[in-house]
Design a protein around this ligand. Structure first.
Ligand code: AMP
Length: 407
């Protein structure tokens, strides 16, 4: 039997998300999540997706409540769930474990099989991603300790953006200081931008090399990218995921002097400003809600703060569509993805409104359709296609990991 399954792990500071995929037919066998790791009320939700008779463990969807002390205990619990479905970590069908790693710095520009040296290098990148890389490292350590013999592959959120030209990746600051502290634009959500830009080309019936695409990944975090012929040439996130679009809880772009002002005049510490801009800004900061559904509901009821937050979100999006049109010169498609991009037709409509001069015109009926499939929503004859393409970061991580270990 050829091993064709990949377990994808996405380790957060107090969570572990996972999916088991079979790359023989790109099907999903199981999905799940452990949350509140380290607390008394941890929760594991496991869902078996394969067809067939129920396994010994019973229901296809199981929820387990109770303390899970750390990531090791979390992965052991996940392994037990998978084993109960007959597809445990010791299964000979498992070809690899794919790990989402947020920051790869300038070092990692492609998926990489993890050995001690690679792990040390991912650890060394922690100062660039203090909120994310530590949990990614823990996830890798635990998985390696459970299956030392199995290839473990790191897939980096920054990798797809490593092709940005130097003039797009550099901040216009003192070159020696930038070099010394690794201050440059890295970009994030790269796995999603890679997957969606390729899927958009397929939707247009063209090869990725032949199309220029603007991808708008609008989830709780949000980023835009300009992809020329399959290669990323610009993206909106920078040194960290704080730059760019207005997000659920992050400010996106602002004058860096806001930071000095808040420190000098407001007396806020660096950590307080970090928390303010990352966790209490964006839609949440402007109107008290970070969920776009709530923001739109309130705006629809005449709530002024929610209406301004929605308008600011859309205004920033328009600026990036315009800027990336200029960067690319010729745009074949603008593509919406992730929670907001896939579901909020109002955001898509407002972002594209008034951009007929750039070749963007929506078909209102197509835009209003809810679907889990990639689809075109632009008007017949519009110069630039507008599309909705559901993202699938786990499938992309599994595909990249599998490709690497079976090459
Ligand atoms: P993600 O990070 O891709 O999971 O996206 C999460 C965000 O998507 C949530 O915070 C919501 O703001 C947004 N979202 C999810 N479903 C909808 C919906 N039906 N309409 C508008 N926004 C949605």
């Amino acid at each position: 039997m050829t091993a064709s399954r990949v377990l994808v792990l996405n380790s957060g500071s107090s969570s572990l998300k996972y999916q088991l995929l079979d790359m023989a037919d790109r099907s999903r066998l199981a999905v799940g999540l452990v949350e509140r790791i380290g607390e008394e009320n941890s929760r594991l939700v496991h869902e078996r997706l394969v067809d067939g008779p129920p396994p010994a463990a019973g229901d296809a969807k199981r929820e387990t409540l109770g303390p899970i002390a750390d990531h090791r205990a979390a992965l052991e619990a996940v392994a037990a769930e998978l084993a109960a479905d007959g597809t445990g970590l010791d299964s000979p069908e498992l070809a690899a474990i794919g790990h989402r790693v947020v920051h790869g710095g300038t070092k990692f520009t492609r998926p990489t099989v993890i050995d001690d040296e690679v792990l040390a290098e991912i650890r060394a990148l922690i100062p660039l991603a203090p909120l994310h890389n530590p949990a990614n490292v823990t996830g890798i350590e635990v998985a390696r300790s459970l299956r030392a013999d199995l290839p473990q592959v790191a897939v980096f959120d920054t990798a797809f953006h490593s092709t940005m030209p130097e003039h797009a990746a550099r901040y216009a600051i003192d070159a020696a200081t930038a070099e010394k502290y690794s201050v440059r634009r890295y970009g994030f959500h790269g796995t999603s931008h890679a997957y969606v830009s390729r899927a958009a080309a397929a939707l247009l019936g063209r090869a990725p090399e032949d199309v220029n695409v603007i991808v708008l990944h609008l989830g709780n975090g949000a980023s835009a990218s300009a992809v020329r012929g399959g290669v990323c040439v610009e993206t909106s996130m920078g040194l960290t995921p704080l730059e760019g679009l207005v997000m659920g809880t992050r400010s996106g772009d602002l004058d860096p002097a806001v930071v000095f002002h808040l420190a000098r005049v407001g007396g806020l510490s660096v950590d307080e400003i970090d928390s303010l801009l990352n966790k209490k800004s964006g839609l949440l900061g402007m109107c008290g809600d970070n969920d776009m559904r709530e923001v739109m509901r309130r705006a629809g009821e005449g709530d002024e703060a929610a209406a301004v937050a929605f308008a600011a979100y859309v205004h920033r999006l328009k600026k990036y569509i315009g800027a990336y049109t200029a960067v690319l010169g010729r745009v074949d498609a603008v593509v919406f993805t992730a929670g907001v991009g896939e579901n909020a037709h109002q955001v898509r409509e407002a972002a594209v409104e008034g951009l007929a001069g750039l070749g963007l015109v929506l078909d209102p009926q197509a835009n209003a359709v809810r679907s889990a499939r990639p689809r075109l929503i632009s008007a017949e004859g519009a110069r630039v296609a507008v599309a909705v393409v559901p993202t699938d970061e786990e499938l992309e991580i599994a595909a990249q990991a599998y490709e690497l270990v079976t090459r």
